[in-house]
Design a protein around this ligand. Structure first.
Ligand SMILES: Cc1cc2nc3c(=O)[nH]c(=O)nc-3n(C[C@H](O)[C@H](O)[C@H](O)COP(=O)(O)OP(=O)(O)OC[C@H]3O[C@@H](n4cnc5c(N)ncnc54)[C@H](O)[C@@H]3O)c2cc1C
Ligand code: FES
Length: 254
């Protein structure tokens, strides 16, 4: 993990609501693994705390993130332009590929909203021998990004694209029509959605690994502010930023 000031290559809307910001970093492009995040100091003096963002894509020495404008940090980020610089710290956290072994045959990627962010890079780096099916859920079509994904099924709350309903309803519908051999779920999105998908995975006897959401003050294991309670095991709590963000959903109290 390293802190660096890097030049911005581009900032562009890829849907009406989602912005892709690409910067150049030889170090991060070589070191980053899918599911890891970077901590960005978005402004020089304000806001004080860094904001975590999943690594969306790596191409050559270019690294990109995607975000929608929510509050202070993302408003500042959205105003950046090609040629500006940003202060990045990373790569942080564990990665999805450490949960890939030979005990499953179909990878089920499930993303809610901007939780789609880690999946294009994961798809790119995933073993080619494993079939991937991707389920995307969003409030509306402006929160859906299909770029870089495989075998995509889409659900929107307002029915503006794909299945009209939640991503879990779509998964259940799809699983009733197809037989997926030895599925394993990889999930990122709002906690409520991840909890529901984890419950379904358990019901059908599949493993489920989710990248957990939480507020992070330091993002590097120093402030102890991102504890998650475990379901037994040697430690009662673990740090999401350092020991996660990805956990076996059966091992944590979601
Ligand atoms: C490991 C990790 C990876 C992340 N990856 C991404 C990513 O790839 N893309 C991305 O856009 N965001 C990502 N986030 C969330 C991101 O770090 C910021 O929290 C988010 O973008 C809002 O920052 P802000 O400074 O604009 O809002 P703030 O000013 O911090 O918050 C403004 C208001 O919005 C609320 N709020 C904060 N975050 C959210 C949220 N996610 N949904 C709804 N309300 C919220 C706050 O409670 C507050 O009331 C990630 C978070 C984590 C922990
Ligand atoms: S955010 Fe500080 S320890 Fe995790």
């Amino acid at each position: 993990m390293k802190q660096d000031i890097v030049p911005i290559h581009s900032v562009q809307f890829i849907t009406n609501e989602i912005i892709e910001l690409t910067f150049i970093s030889d170090y991060l492009s070589a070191a980053a693994k899918p599911g890891q995040f970077i901590n960005i100091r978005v402004g020089e003096n304000f806001p004080l705390l860094r904001r975590p963002f999943s690594i969306f894509n790596v191409e050559g020495s270019r690294v990109s993130i995607v975000f929608n404008v929510i509050g202070t940090g993302t408003k500042v980020l959205a105003r950046k332009q090609k040629g500006d610089t940003i202060d990045v710290l990373g790569p942080c956290g564990n990665n999805f590929l450490s949960f890939v072994d030979d005990s499953f045959e179909t990878a089920i990627f499930v993303a809610g909203g901007i939780g789609v962010a880690p999946f294009p890079f994961l798809t790119k780096k995933f073993p080619a021998s494993i079939k991937i099916v991707t389920f995307l859920g969003g409030r509306n079509k402006e929160l859906i990004i299909e770029k870089g994904l495989q075998n995509v099924r889409i659900a929107t709350d307002d029915g503006s694209q794909g299945f009209n309903g939640t991503v879990l309803d779509l998964i259940k519908d799809d699983f009733s029509k197809h037989r997926y051999i030895k599925p394993r779920f990889f999930v990122c999105g709002p906690t409520r959605m991840m909890k529901a998908v984890a419950g379904y995975a358990k019901e059908i006897g599949a493993d489920c690994f989710a990248s957990l959401e939480c507020d992070m003050a330091c993002g590097i294991g120093l402030c102890q502010g991102c504890n998650i309670e475990m379901n037994g095991g040697e430690k009662k709590y673990r740090l999401v930023c350092k020991e996660g963000t990805i956990f076996d959903t059966q091992s944590v109290k979601l």
